[in-house]
Design a binder for this molecule. Structure first.
Ligand code: GLP
Length: 241
């Protein structure tokens, strides 16, 4: 794992955006793995600016997202499809037909998991998989478990994740209790896994990821075995590494 320590969120976003833009310049029809949450917002803003100034062209790029809440329509303002449209896709020259987010409202979620694995396969390889990290060490919505799930699956969100994400909803009760997420096998196949973390609330997760053993109780720890994992952390999140 390569660890890059930065002084602040702006630097973190700049570095992450540069790595993503480089992958697109190298292969204009590359597939990017994208993430939601507050951490990637700065990165997306930088990419939007680069695109506006003609420094990066997304017209042929494909994207696959990590996850979605089960039960939320794509038009719901807390769905991850809505997040991606409003925070990135609406502002860059990407063809939305080439952007993929798992469905949280498929009538048969097991079939949706299989379908999404097919989408990932068809769009592989993922050049850069962007990742945030949950306070409990989750990536995507791969929550702490007894094993590392390979493929796309439906998960019960842990109480700590529901608690952490309630800030985006009216109340804790409104946070969906289940999600569909890309599995760790697919994340591990990405050519580069790029994890970004900032703030004191991520100290423990980053400590487990970097200093702990590879253990499904901290799903992100699997990145210790990734061939090219890059972790960008600000000083606060890096307090124990
Ligand atoms: C959610 C997402 C994760 C994200 C995590 C951290 O649970 N499913 O992909 O990494 O939140 O979010 P934030 O960046 O807002 O701290």
């Amino acid at each position: 794992m390569k660890i890059i320590k930065v002084n602040n969120y702006d630097e973190l976003s700049e570095k992450a955006a540069e790595i993503i833009a480089e992958a697109v310049k190298k292969n204009p029809s590359t597939t990017l793995g994208l993430a939601t949450g507050s951490s990637p917002l700065g990165t997306y803003n930088k990419l939007i600016d680069m695109c506006k100034f003609g420094k990066v062209d997304f017209s042929k790029v494909h994207t696959v997202n990590l996850d979605e809440y089960v039960g939320l329509e794509p038009t719901h303002d807390q769905s991850y499809r809505y997040f991606m449209n409003t925070n990135l896709f609406d502002h860059i020259n990407i063809d939305k037909n080439n952007t993929f987010v798992p469905s949280g409202i498929a009538p048969d979620m097991e079939a949706e998991c299989k379908r999404y694995d097919g989408v990932i396969e068809k769009n592989s390889p993922i050049s850069v998989q962007l990742l945030g990290i949950g306070e409990n060490g989750h990536i995507g919505f791969n929550e702490p478990a007894d094993y590392f799930p390979e493929g796309t699956h439906v998960v019960d969100l842990t109480d700590s994740t529901i608690e952490a994400n309630k800030r985006f909803f009216g109340s804790k009760d409104e946070v969906p209790k289940k999600a569909i997420t890309m599995g760790l096998g697919s994340i591990m196949k990405a050519e580069t896994a790029l994890l970004i973390a900032c703030g004191k609330q991520k100290v423990h997760a980053i400590d487990m990821l970097v200093n702990g053993k590879v253990d499904p109780k901290c799903p992100a720890s699997i990145l210790q075995n990734h061939k090219n994992a890059i972790i960008i952390v600000d000083n606060d999140a890096a307090a124990k590494i």
